[in-house]
Write a protein that binds this ligand. Structure first.
Ligand code: IPM
Ligand code: MN
Length: 350
């Protein structure tokens, strides 16, 4: 039995979550175990109705009543704090509240999917530090009419644990596509900012403890360039919160768009899984959004709870649906037949 807390979220969230639940239930059935879904409301709509982005006690339940959390995209443009930032997007609440310090964002070009790059093999993982960096300033920056400022914080404990996570992940993965060498690339702006020089120094200290994994460096601007022109140079990347947020959307653009990209937020005793993208309110309820990111997030969840075979069953079915041309993406990244057609094409191949 795998117990999954479901945060359906806003906009296209509920329909993507329906798709993921259908795939999870069918895959678990095929492998002879049960999944139990618990409904846990959360997001911008919940915030506007109740004044809190999650129901009382939700964080505790995630830790004790469930094996992991599957979350749909959240956020509604009209739901904002008085300072202009978005309300109910759960970034700080979940990542800080569950201390999920590693945001794991695989970027992989599936067979049959068109890329705007000239590369046919794109397969790397961005590990985004998830609990500090620039976004720790969320809600505490200062602003007046003439100026505004936010603070970027790096701590030794925070950098060390996420860098260690990246090296452990590199050991489990098969290596960079180019040369098969296991590699972790530190992405920073240490040529300009002290906080990033600190990040790089801690990275180098940790890297020395992993002699079997190559350690590499890129300044963040060069990383953005190379992710487009030389993606095969990358295996695992580790970077600061804000940079990881940017670079993971850039990576998504090279593999068919945000609708292709899942994420896992992993901590020592809790984890949640979600698409990399937002809630796309204009597409909500239209059966148009691409559920692939949500389905692949569900597969990451299963892998995390030790159901590796079932996770592979799902990723295999997704790959084969794209490879066979049963799912084709339009120019705007939405699938030609719609959300439910993608779900059916995947479930048929499980
Ligand atoms: C993401 C999102 C979030 C973030 C927002 C919605 C708070 O962009 O998960 O990448 O900034 O991290
Ligand atoms: Mn983002």
């Amino acid at each position: 039995m795998v117990r999954i807390a479901c945060i359906d979220g806003d906009g296209i969230g509920p329909e993507l979550m329906d798709s993921a639940r259908e795939v999870l239930a069918a895959a678990a059935r095929a492998d002879g175990f049960d999944v139990e879904f618990g409904d846990e409301p959360g997001g911008a709509r919940v915030f506007s109705e109740t004044g809190a982005a999650l129901a009382p006690g939700a964080l505790e339940r995630f830790r004790s009543d469930y094996d992991a959390v599957l979350k749909g995209p959240v956020g509604l443009p009209e739901v904002r704090h008085p300072d202009g930032t978005e309300a109910g997007v759960l970034g700080g609440v979940l990542r800080g509240g569950l201390d999920t310090y590693a945001n794991v964002r695989p970027v992989r070009l599936l067979p049959g999917v068109r890329t705007p790059t000239t590369h046919q093999v794109i397969d790397y993982v961005i590990v985004r530090e998830n609990t500090e960096g620039l976004y720790l300033s969320r809600g505490s920056g200062v602003r007046n009419d003439r100026a505004a400022s936010d603070q970027l914080l790096m701590t030794r404990v925070g950098v060390e644990r996420v860098v260690r996570f990246a090296f452990e992940l590199a050991r489990r993965r098969s290596g960079a596509p180019e040369d098969g060498v296991r590699r972790v690339t530190c992405v920073d702006k240490s040529n300009v900012l002290r906080s990033f020089a600190f990040f790089r120094d801690v990275f180098d200290e940790v890297a020395a403890r992993y002699p079997d994994v190559a350690a590499d460096h890129r300044y963040s601007d060069a990383a953005a360039h190379d992710l487009v022109v030389a993606p095969a140079a990358f295996d695992v990347l580790v970077t600061e919160n804000f940079l990881g947020d940017l670079l993971s959307d850039l990576g998504a653009a090279t593999v068919g768009g945000l609708g292709m990209c899942p994420a896992g937020n992993i901590g020592a005793d809790a984890a949640y899984f979600e698409p990399v993208h937002g809630s796309a309110p204009p597409l909500a309820g239209l059966d148009r959004a691409n559920p692939t990111s949500q389905i692949l997030s569900a597969a990451m969840l299963l892998e995390h709870v030790g159901r590796t075979g079932t996770a592979r069953r799902i990723t295999g079915a997704v790959e084969s649906a794209y490879a066979a041309g049963a799912v084709r993406l339009g120019a705007d990244g939405t699938p030609e037949g719609g959300t439910r057609a993608v779900t059916r094409a995947v479930v048929e191949r499980l």
